[in-house]
Design a protein around this ligand. Structure first.
Ligand SMILES: [Zn+2]
Length: 274
């Protein structure tokens, strides 16, 4: 059977997350000619994570089986809207409003967008258009599988999924015209390491659009004790605005523009020119 050229083109975009060099396409895998590591393609999704995350010291990654299992309820009333209200406050924006806010930040962007920790493509597949090709990465194969089912059911093209960690993105330097990071920046073990790797794959002046949690006046996160407990037991980092601005500056970003509603923080920033 002749290889599907659109799939071959898509797979040809990825690089080794360790070496950052091109990969060879083999039967059911991508192989790095430099370090010899093979990355399996599972149900059409390349898997760039070779470690067993359930053994991780990171409390977020260790819960991967739970995250895999909740993929099917993630966008229903049972999860996202509830989390927004409990953590962000009763007057926090709805998921639809958040999608709108984030979409506006990348409205004028044309080209390639990276959706970091995309879940089932909650934001990315709604931003994708004929002029916006979206690459979603997530650590959870359950979420990516759900995302693939959604884009098939909703007949959305121009969205691709890969399993990868934010700290080791399988893309070359300066590849993206914009990056989305929605509902996950607060979960990364080291914010600066994550932001630096995002900056690496962005073109100069490309936009970073984020929704995360910030110290504000809504939900349980307005209480310092709740923030400390979330951090310690769940690896959830609730950002002070000044702290986040420091991380962004240290990671190669400028033009930090935050908006806070309850304890929900959305912002955009731009990658500084080298
Ligand atoms: Zn390699």
């Amino acid at each position: 059977m002749a290889p599907d050229t659109s799939v071959a083109r898509e797979l040809g975009i990825y690089v080794c997350p360790v070496c950052k060099l091109g990969l060879r396409q083999e039967e059911g895998a991508l192989r790095c000619p430099t370090c010899s590591q093979a990355y399996p393609i599972i149900e059409g999704v390349p898997d760039f994570i070779r470690e067993e995350l359930s053994l991780s010291t990171d409390p977020v990654l260790r819960r991967m089986r739970f995250i895999d299992r909740m993929a099917s309820i993630y966008e229903t009333k049972l999860w996202y809207p509830m989390i927004l209200k409990i953590y962000g406050g009763l007057h926090s924006p709805s998921l639809e409003q958040l999608i709108d806010t984030v979409s506006q930040k990348v409205q004028s962007t044309k080209g390639r967008l990276l959706d970091v920790a995309c879940g089932p493509g909650t934001f990315g597949r709604r931003v994708a258009s004929p002029s916006k090709e979206v690459f979603g990465i997530d650590v959870s194969m359950g979420m990516l599988r759900q995302g693939a089912a959604y884009i098939a059911r909703e007949n959305i093209s121009n969205v691709h999924f890969a399993r990868a960690r934010v700290e080791a993105l399988p893309f070359e330097d300066g590849f993206f015209d914009a990056v989305l990071c929605c509902g996950s920046l607060h979960l990364f073990a080291d914010t600066t390491v994550a932001l630096r790797e995002m900056a690496r794959v962005m073109k100069p002046a490309a936009v970073l659009a984020v929704f995360t949690f910030g110290v504000g006046h809504g939900g349980i996160l307005k209480f310092r004790r709740a923030r400390e407990w979330s951090r310690k037991d769940h690896g959830l980092h609730v950002f002070e605005r000044s702290e986040l601005e420091r991380y962004l500056t240290a990671s190669g970003f400028k033009d930090f523009q935050p908006e806070v509603s309850g304890s929900i923080l959305t912002f955009s920033a731009r990658k500084r020119a080298a």
